[in-house]
Design a protein around this ligand. Sequence first.
Ligand code: ADP
Length: 359
Amino acid sequence: MASELEAQVWDALKSIKYPGMSRDIVSFGFVRGVEASGSTVTVELEMSTHNPEAADKVRSEAEAAVVAVPGVTAAEVRLQVQQPPRSAAQQAVSRDPRLIPDVDHVVAVASGKGGVGKSTVAANLAVRMAQLGSRVGLLDADIYGPSMPIMFGITERPRTDGQTLEPFEKYGIKVMSLGFLLEIDTPVIWRGPMVMKAIEQMLGQVDWGALDYLIVDLPPGTGDAQLTLTQKVPLSAAVIVTTPQDVALIDARKGLAMFRKVNVPVVGIIENMSGFVCPHCGEETHVFKQGGGERTAEVVGTPFLGSIPLDPAIVAGGDAGEPIVVSQQEGPHADAFRRIAEAVAAEVGRRSRPKLKIV
Ligand code: ADP
């Protein structure tokens, strides 16, 4: 039978929540045993997580809670962490460190739904990072609607030696898109394994060379392409693009949850098409409401990276094959993309571990 001290320790452990959750570690079943020997208490914790930082946090909080129980003079908290079982889909792909050996960091630009300006943000972010001095590649993995051929005004097919594809070089970056290979106007019906294969080839069979950052424009949502990418190469970071209205924000949260689940750090949320500044009177209209991106970022605990206004010049630039940061190298857009670029670089630097440089 549990001693009174042991019962008090169980109670104390109920005050510890699993990081990011509202439930406590006892109700999760993480506490396997509590044993008191005199005033010394041993606690056995066992949890299944991909996140070693969360496990360490639980352990140190458990230690503090146990020694705070009156009558306890010493506490030992033993922690056993197990890898959660992988889903069938995850098991279908395995990371391949040889895919892009000279790319330091892969950064995904994602959105929960289409049409929020994800590709526009990916293109401008990539070019801005190059303008700020990095070696950058841009992979258009939006297989359902590749838009980089238009955004970069590239209509030719990429050169190939039969083995590898040569990316295009424009505005200081290397660009590759499935759109360079597909016939315009021909619909492609993708099945899961084909998506995986296409993404794999876009990574491994393109001569990316040495890059500081490979920015990947993902298709919207949380499907096979996202899963393949997160499983095939170590992603250093992801940024989520949303518009300010509710439906887009709900989808953005799903995207965010997916990256967290597969342990990819989300640098933050970018709110696109935020407000429209009338070129005639200067008054700002919040076409899609106001401040949603910032509030969502706060609720889900990720940084808000800033907003990009609705601006006809962005559409014109996209359609003319010249991203806005090329035609306007100074001003609010250049500033906004500089801030996002700096946030990505800071995040990547903060979390940089030697294993991110795949050798
Ligand atoms: P997604 O990749 O999310 O589907 P796109 O980047 O293709 O979205 O953008 C969809 C359309 O919206 C394009 O015509 C693009 O030029 C336009 N667009 C994107 N961002 C802005 C903006 N801030 N202001 C005005 N138009 C924008």
